[in-house]
Design a protein around this ligand. Structure first.
Ligand code: AMP
Length: 512
């Protein structure tokens, strides 16, 4: 059997001439620093050898919470190469969140930012992790120091297609986050199919400006460039003006809608700046038709919107080649080749063309289940093996899919997912709070903004500003409500269920 390790496939796609530039840093500690393909090969080999030297059991998880850097990407590739399981963590997560992930995933290795070593290592060692390394933005920290002593030759570990490659935590609609287990086969099948569908060309150059702890930046963007042997212009942080300044050197850009909105706010975004671009791809959150139209007006490029999720990687996409059809505003395009997509009604029966229902998917890209949560896994799959996405939409006669909403109680703010239940849990634990409801309302920059509506305990008068300040110390900033209201009571239906739709209507114009 040949090796189905995802890294082996990515490595095989490196250009013949390994002295070409693979990644050029656009910002960070060393703007202009260039990594050649042999640097990526050697660096990942050394890191893989370091991991191999630790004698970790098969299937060990390597949890990583570091700022974005090329070395952090190399660490991901090295974990694949060594055959372990990569577990990326949002850099915004705070101690209570990290404690949960480490307790749940039981990683053998944790890599964190040098400035967080004291508290992260305390959590990790308490939970039984055997190795904690640090990796900083300036190539500092113990990870690279230790790897520097390792050989730069390493044969990728032999993996089957269904061996686990990564766990991505997605927040749960109820309770805590669930770890979606993705295999080498899930990720490679999706990446190979997208290479063809998005028409990657020799000479393509990708601007990589997304975080690398989620599907979009870690898998879709990085795998796309690596599998095409394409150079990346690498931004550790997204800065609209700086990205626009580099567009003339690039051909492919991927972003969440908020990034497109921010670039539209810059006068330097012109047709001339985009003259060499082949495609701009948007996903992770709904793209407003105004953004779609504004982008075409300003740049003459038609944004390509696609749809996917942590559990499945990419599911649908508007066409890339003009001959394959038009990019239709307001839709996420047809199901990608090999992806099964169906719409079912509340009774589990197939919907007719154009009828709105629950989107369910199947295919080689769909994950195997949630880490150590067999119950949750069973709930999220149908009896005939389709995954319930929790998204609501319809399929037109010519197969284009439109997403109209979500049955899962999810807020997407600036491309980041926020589950109200988690935030309500934190708020309800605060002094003076009887109950709360967290909702998402339209926001011009973030798409949706998190808003909390709180009922005080009798005789108490909690201070909204103090509550927001306290939440900022407990949870990632993108989850903290932008506004918090203290009210007398929450609207409820006859069953006693809080009517969040009424709250959303009431606060619809808060930011517009
Ligand atoms: P995540 O697992 O964080 O990637 O979030 C996945 C969710 O983001 C999906 O289930 C959708 O609700 C939403 N999503 C992703 N792409 C799109 C899109 N193009 N339009 C609307 N919603 C999207």
């Amino acid at each position: 059997m040949d090796n189905q390790n995802l890294f082996a496939a990515l490595r095989a796609a490196f250009p013949q001439d390994l002295s070409q530039i693979a990644i050029e840093c656009a910002d960070g500690e060393q703007p202009g620093a260039a990594y050649r393909w042999h640097d990526i090969d050697r660096g990942t080999a050394m890191l893989a050898n370091l991991l191999a030297s630790l004698g970790l059991p098969e299937g060990s998880r390597v949890a990583v919470q570091t700022e974005k850097s090329v070395e952090a990407l190399m660490l991901y590739l090295a974990v694949l190469r060594a055959g372990y399981v990569f577990l990326p963590l949002n850099t915004a997560y705070q101690a209570a969140e990290i404690e949960y992930f480490i307790a749940n995933a039981e990683p053998a290795v944790v890599v964190c930012a040098p400035k967080n070593f004291v508290w992260v290592s305390r959590i990790a060692f308490t939970a039984g992790t055997s190795h904690v390394f640090t990796l900083g933005e300036a190539r500092d920290g113990s990870l690279l120091e230790r790897a520097a002593n390792c050989s730069d030759q390493h044969a990728p570990a032999v993996k089957h297609a269904d061996d686990m490659a990564a766990i991505l935590y997605t927040s749960g609609t109820t309770g805590r986050s669930k770890g979606a287990m993705l295999s080498h086969g899930n990720l490679l099948s999706n990446a190979s199919m997208l290479k063809d569908y998005w028409d990657w060309q020799p000479g393509d150059v990708l601007i990589h400006a997304l975080p690398i702890f989620r599907v979009h930046g870690l898998f879709v963007a990085s795998h796309g460039a690596l599998l095409n042997g394409s150079k990346m212009i690498w931004f550790n942080k997204f800065d609209p003006r700086a990205v626009i300044a580099r567009l003339p050197e690039a051909t492919v850009f991927m972003g969440v809608p908020t990034l497109y909105v921010r670039m539209l706010g810059e006068s330097s975004l012109t047709r001339e700046a985009c003259r060499n671009m082949r495609v701009f791809i948007s996903g992770s959150a709904p793209l407003l038709v105004e953004t779609f139209d504004d982008w075409t007006r300003r740049t003459s490029h038609i944004l390509l919107e696609r749809y996917g999720m942590s559990e499945t990687a990419m599911l649908t996409s508007n066409p890339c080649r003009a001959s394959a059809g038009q990019r239709r505003r307001g839709t996420v395009g047809p199901a990608l080749p090999g992806v099964g997509l169906r719409v079912m009604d509340d009774l589990g029966q197939p919907c007719a063309v154009d009828q709105i229902g629950h989107l369910q998917v199947s295919g080689p890209n769909v994950f195997s289940g949630y880490w150590r949560m067999p119950e949750k896994t069973r709930e999220e799959f149908t009896d005939d093996g389709w995954f319930k996405t929790g998204d609501v939409g319809k399929i037109e006669a010519d197969d284009y899919v439109t997403i109209v909403g979500r049955s899962k109680d999810l807020i997407i703010s600036g491309g980041y997912n926020v589950y109200p239940a988690e935030i309500e849990g934190f708020i309800n634990d605060m002094a003076g709070v009887a109950e709360s409801a967290v909702i998402g309302v339209p926001h011009p920059d973030f798409g949706e903004a998190v808003v909390a509506v709180v009922v005080a305990k009798p005789g108490d008068a909690p201070d909204p500003a103090a509550m927001i300040a306290s939440l900022k110390t407990a949870i990632a900033n993108f989850k903290v409500p932008k506004k918090l209201f203290v009210v007398a009571d929450l609207p409820r239906n006859a069953m006693g269920k809080v009517q969040k739709n009424l709250l959303r209507d009431q606060h619809r114009s808060l930011f517009n």
